[in-house]
Design a protein around this ligand. Structure first.
Ligand code: ZN
Length: 315
């Protein structure tokens, strides 16, 4: 998630003791495998423009291919959407890739169900790398790997599980799906902004954008889940209120927030943003895979599927 000073997030909520609607197909082992790989030392914190980020992009593209998603990158047959962005580097940063214009890569795959409208589901794949970009909260971040297990390997794992789920359950779907992972988020939402400027699908047919950023730290006692964007389309509050859930849902109406849903909302597309909340490891080297609540993330994704299926019932 993009670090914005003075953003305060109210964490109040209430526990709704209602029976959950479960779909058994989300697999916590898949979530674990993805997060452990993306947050491993090999990927060096997935800084935009770094070799570690490219490894993350290839991992995502390989899964999209495995799930038979149609490539929706910037050239025929490619899942990769390349872009460049300017980011003022730290003057003491001597890493060559950081001293010039950054080159990011989004990864996009599509499920065509022959429907008139599309649901976009996204998450950012980049993180803070080795702490040179001025957005770490570690007092001495430079040279330290920032694994970003929750921020946002957890969201990418969510996109991959939803892609697998909806590619395996195509019958009766009333929407097409665009699954997309963004680069450049931590530097200023660049990947989503660039995609919205030059989209590879018709965004006027996008009914809603669902963003997942930091969904891996569900607290099993409070079950607090933050859902932003409920004010961006009239039926969303009713949908969220009508779904039976174990979660204590904290709703926020805003379409503009510190992650990639903002870019879509600014293109007049309704958005929902799912988030399990801030924690002491946010933007620090201690945001590691062993602190992720994998079955908690499974529950979040099952809930997201319930929301998507409810949206379809409106159509
Ligand atoms: Zn972040």
């Amino acid at each position: 998630m993009l670090y914005i000073k003075r953003v305060t997030i109210l964490l109040a909520g209430f526990l709704a003791a209602i029976k959950p609607v479960l779909c058994q197909d989300i697999n916590p082992d898949n979530i674990k495998m993805t997060i452990e790989y993306l947050a491993s030392d090999k990927l060096q914190g997935r800084a935009t423009s770094s070799p570690g980020e490219m490894l993350a992009a290839e991992y995502i593209a390989n899964h999209f291919r495995q799930y038979n998603l149609e490539p929706k990158g910037d050239s025929a047959g490619s899942y990769f959407f390349h872009f460049q962005c300017k980011y003022n580097p730290d003057k003491t940063d001597t890493i060559p890739e950081h001293t010039t214009e950054r080159r990011g890569v989004d990864v996009a795959g599509y499920i065509d169900n022959g429907a008139p409208y599309t649901i976009v589901a996204g998450a950012h794949l980049d993180h803070l790398g080795l702490g040179y970009d001025g957005n770490s909260l570690d007092p001495n971040p430079k040279g330290k790997i920032h694994p970003g297990a929750d921020d946002n390997a957890s969201g990418v794992a969510g996109v991959l599980e939803l892609a697998r789920y909806f590619s395996a359950n195509r019958k009766g779907q009333k929407y097409n799906f665009l699954f997309i992972c963004f680069s450049g988020e931590e530097l200023g939402l660049f990947g989503s902004k660039k995609y919205c400027e030059k989209p590879t699908i018709d965004l006027s047919k996008a009914d809603i954008m669902i963003n997942m950023d930091m969904i891996g730290r569900l607290n099993d006692s409070t079950k607090r889940l933050l859902v932003y964007g409920v004010g961006t389309a009239p039926p969303l509050v009713r949908i969220i209120d009508s779904i039976p859930t174990v979660f204590s849902i904290k709703k926020d109406s805003a379409g503009i927030g510190p992650s990639d849903q903002t870019s879509f909302y600014l293109k007049n597309i309704p958005v929902l943003f799912f988030f399990t909340g801030e924690h002491a490891d946010y933007h620090k080297p201690s945001d590691i895979a062993s602190k992720i609540n994998y079955t908690g993330e499974q529950e979040v994704l099952e809930y997201v599927i319930s929301v998507i299926n409810s949206i379809e019932k409106m159509g």
